[in-house]
Design a protein around this ligand. Structure first.
Ligand code: NDP
Length: 296
């Protein structure tokens, strides 16, 4: 039997529709329009695509989008000054600085200069600490999207064995923390993990956030396990024609779909959920800033 395919595109559309409803209410009942500022430094092509689609979807749900595109050689001082201005702007409820930043900029310093209340990416050390201690925080968008899909599919994940492959600050670690907060038994695997195949075989839930195309084969997956594929990798696709490429995840979809109980596809799985959660976080930040009840 093949796995249930978890449709992230459809799920994300539902989340965005809910966000749009909250935005309408904020405007009609409180006269407030949530605003998201996105800062892009340099011209990284993938980042440009992400920023464009974030801006488009922000406007589609009725929020204000403020895009700040800075030269690749922007100084740290100038970038910090812009963030300070956005921190103090009451029309801006969420601030996102698109990563990766050019090498001459100190990423940690920049992220930690964003007001934690406006840190809709959830990367500020205050938010990381709040999440780590199970307190109300801003939760990183990609892991939040994964958790929402898991909760939706399973109801409760309490007591399940979850393996997260990858320990980055933006995906792996917060993902593990969220799973733990939901009472899963969590293992974090990484490049030094021994016998990774056996570690993964013990999992009821596998979250792959590695950045290696199709690394996880179906024979690592326990029969019926749920597989969440965070990876976005562009590989050559000569079958589509010369010079053509296609997107694949970190799991080998063709073999995993045969053994898993449920699986997210790439594209159309985790990716769309990330932006939907960014919009949801912005509404949450707006409600908190104005002392209003937050959306569930
Ligand atoms: P990073 O490169 O920051 O982290 C990758 C992690 O994978 C590291 O912890 C690394 O271990 C681990 N790793 C690398 N090789 C192996 C291996 N052979 N076996 C086990 N673990 C390994 O990546 P990110 O977390 O930023 O992103 C991961 C993937 O998710 C990428 O494909 C990225 O494009 C995608 N992504 C998708 C998003 C979405 O919206 N869908 C958003 C963000 C990322 P170690 O720490 O030991 O080096």
């Amino acid at each position: 039997m093949t796995a249930t395919v978890i449709d992230g595109k459809e799920f994300a559309a539902r989340v965005r529709a809910k966000v749009a409803g909250h935005v309408t209410r904020l405007k009609d009942e409180n006269g407030i329009t949530p605003g998201l500022a996105v800062v892009l430094v340099g011209e990284d092509p993938a980042s440009q695509v992400y920023v464009r689609s974030k801006g488009k979807m922000t406007v589609e749900v009725g929020m204000n989008s403020f895009e700040h595109k800075l030269e690749v050689n922007t100084s740290e001082e100038d970038l910090l000054a812009l963030i300070e201005k956005l921190n103090n702007d009451p029309a801006v409820h969420g601030i996102l600085c698109q990563l990766p930043l050019p090498k001459h900029l100190d990423e940690d310093l920049i992220i930690n200069s964003i007001s934690p209340a406006k840190d809709v990416d959830g990367f500020h050390i205050s938010n990381v600490g709040l999440l780590g201690t199970g307190q109300k925080s801003m939760v990183p968008c990609t892991p939040l999207g994964c958790l929402m899909m898991l909760r939706d599919h399973h109801g409760s994940i309490s007591g399940m064995n979850a393996v997260v492959i990858g320990r980055s600050n933006i995906v792996g670690k917060p993902m593990a923390q969220l799973l733990l907060n939901d009472s899963a038994t969590v293992t974090i695997a990484h490049s030094r993990t021994k016998d990774l195949a056996d570690v993964v075989r013990a999992a009821d839930i596998v979250v792959a956030a590695v950045g290696r195309p199709e690394m996880v084969p179906g024979d690592w997956i326990k029969q019926g396990a749920t597989v969440i594929d965070v990876g976005i990798n562009r590989i050559d696709a000569p079958e589509k024609g010369e010079g053509k490429t296609r997107l694949v995840g970190d799991v080998d979809y063709a073999s995993c779909v045969e053994v898993a109980g449920a699986i997210t596809p790439v594209p159309g799985g985790v990716g769309p959920m990330t932006i939907a959660c960014l919009l949801a976080n912005t509404v949450t930040a707006c409600c908190r800033a104005n002392g209003l009840a937050e959306p569930e």
